[in-house]
Every structure is written in C-alpha cells, then in structure tokens.
Unconditional design. Structure first.
Length: 345
C-alpha cells in the first residue's frame, strides 16, 4: 500500500464527508493505493455515525473509536501501529490541512529519502495572540533544545516513512514533538515543506490555554529522556556533585568562621544558630527532592506498562487477527467482537 492517512478527530461531524471526498480525489488523481484511518477521540456528536457511513461507501476508510477522550497523542500512537502504508501521513480533521500537499510529501519520503517531512504553515489563519505568538515561542525553544531546525513542530500535517511510526511511541501530549522523538530514535533525515493553511470552516479549536504550559513541560521531558534516559547517572551524578560541593563550601565557610572567632577569643555562636546553615541545608534537601521526584516520576511513567492503555468502543475495517498480539480489544457486549480487552502498548 502506498499511503496510510491518519486523522485524529474530536467532534468534527461537519467536516468529515468533505475531507474524505477531498482525500479520495487526490488519491485517485495520483493513482495511489491508500487507507484512511480515522481515530475518534471520544466525540460526543455524530462523528462516529458519519465515519460508519463513509466506510460503507468507501472500504478504504477504517476507524478506531475511543470510549472517552484520551488526547491526540493517544490517537496517533494507536493508529500508527495499525498502518500498512509505505508512507504514513497525519493531518487534522478540521479542513485546515490540505490533502493536495500529500503527493509532494510522499515523493520527498520515497524519492528523496527523507524519514520525516513536517509541514510548515508559513501563513496562518489562527489568532495571532493566542496561537501564533505562543507557537513561535514553542518552535524557537524546540529548535534550540533539539537541534532540529523546523519552523513548525506542531503542524498536524506530516509525512513519515512507515518504519518511523512503527519504531516510536507517543504518549501524554508528546505529539507536538514527534520530530524530536524520531531523532532520538535514530531517524535523522528530517525535512520541511511549506504547506497551505486554511481558515477553519466548521466548529472551534479543541485545544485550550493549558497546552502552552504542557507544551514546554513536554519539551523538557523529551530532552531529558532523550539525553539522560539511558544513562541517568550522567545527570544525577553531575547534579549531586554540584549540590554537594555547594553544601561543602557553605559548611567549610561556617566552620572556618567559627574557628577564626575562637582563635581570636571572640565568643562564637553555635553552628546550628547560623541562618546560613539552615538555608543551605533546606535548599539542598527541597531542591534535590523536587527535581529528582519529577525526573524519577518521568522514568517510571515511560516504563509503566499501562501508560498507553485505552478503552475502545468499536473498530471499522480491521479484523481481530490484524490487531498486534500485544494488544487486546474490548468492545461493548453488543458489538461483533466480545469479551476481550484492548491495550495499546
């Protein structure tokens, strides 16, 4: 199969028929073999019914439905491991990404040898204050930390060589930084293509202000996990040595000060009565506990067996045998497949 097109969505019933027909026109015009994989991330409107109708008309439409909203990362991670295409393309369901960009991105992967192509929405139709400005700040920080010089890390329109999406794992809200995850996984030929950004035609954005704070925290997590995840002693050792050295200098200063005062016959207060002693001690304890607790928590989360466990309601276009053995599928009792549990790992 040439292409797998993965589309995560939440409450996009108005745009789905138009998006599907647009993709089909592009696929047929270029004579691609393809599949469209919709991932319904807990929609509360008629999105799933619309997808069911699309599958009846077009068997190339496949879909996975989450029982509740887990987020875009969960949707992408689940769909990635189900794709069969030589090239995997991700795009949003709100019609702001143009399927007309897919053929060029496909050729950049297949003919030019790129592992990943990220779209760059040079001209955006989003709110400048709430989306464009924070996006530029995120992209600047991501470039500095990762060394990947992309203009738009968070563009939903991306193309991947199939082995990339089958080799990486996306969880939490890490979908913003998939190029960085891919780089840490050893895929270093990462390119960029200017793509057309269109004004939203239906509905409203599903992302709130909290994504700005979460974005920076996720970027730091990826950086630390990629750099120190396999050799944490390089980080903990350096930090521990630095903190110990600071504490040692403070204790040495207090001890020498008291010794000098005693030698000169000046009454010296107890070391424990010196405010510097408690400030240094408390700062080292609290700082060490807070930082190490966060880092160790990230390590535990990364290796937790259930961090990518999602309850699904229904699938379209997949048989039970097509699901990886590491996954278990749990639909409702009134569905075709019964008494099994799905766990994406």
């Amino acid at each position: 199969m040439d292409l797998s097109i993965v589309i995560p969505l939440l409450n996009e019933e108005e745009s789905l028929p138009e998006l599907e027909s647009w993709i089909v026109r592009v696929m047929e015009a270029n004579e691609y073999s393809y599949e469209i994989v919709f991932v319904d991330d807990g929609s509360t409107d008629r999105s799933w019914e619309v997808i069911q109708d699309l599958h009846v008309k077009n068997p190339n439409v496949k879909a996975i439905q989450f029982r509740r909203n887990y987020g875009k990362s969960a949707a992408l991670n689940t769909a990635f491991h189900q794709t069969k295409g030589r090239v995997v393309v991700t795009m949003d369901a709100d019609l702001q990404d143009s399927p007309e960009e897919i053929p060029d991105m496909y050729h950049m992967i297949v003919d030019e040898g790129y592992d990943l192509i990220s779209g760059w929405k040079r001209k955006r139709y989003d709110n400048k204050l709430t989306k464009n400005l924070p996006s530029k700040l995120f992209n600047w920080a991501a470039r500095k930390i990762s060394g990947i010089y992309l203009h738009d890390f968070n563009c939903g329109l991306k193309a991947y060589r199939s082995k990339v999406v089958h080799s990486i794992e996306v969880y939490g809200e890490m979908h913003r930084y998939i190029p960085i995850i891919a780089k840490w996984a050893g895929f270093r030929k990462i390119g960029e293509k200017v793509v057309q950004h269109q004004a939203r035609k239906y509905g409203t954005s599903k992302f709130g202000m909290s994504r700005f704070v979460n974005g920076f925290l996720d970027l730091l997590s990826i950086y630390f996990m990629g750099k120190f995840g396999k050799r944490p002693m390089h980080f903990f050792g350096l930090l521990g040595t630095f903190i110990f050295f600071i504490g040692f200098l403070a204790a040495l200063y207090i001890g020498i000060s008291k010794w000098v005062m005693l030698k000169q016959g000046i009454p010296a207060p107890l070391i424990a009565n010196n405010p510097l002693f408690f400030i240094a001690l408390i700062s080292m304890i609290i700082g060490t506990q807070l930082f190490l607790s966060g880092f160790i928590g990230e390590l535990i989360t990364r290796n937790a067996s259930g961090r990518n466990t999602y309850q699904l309601d229904e699938i379209i276009g997949y048989s039970n045998e097509e699901l990886p053995k590491s996954r278990i599928w749990l639909p409702h009792s009134d569905k075709v497949l019964q008494k099994e549990k799905y766990s994406s790992k």
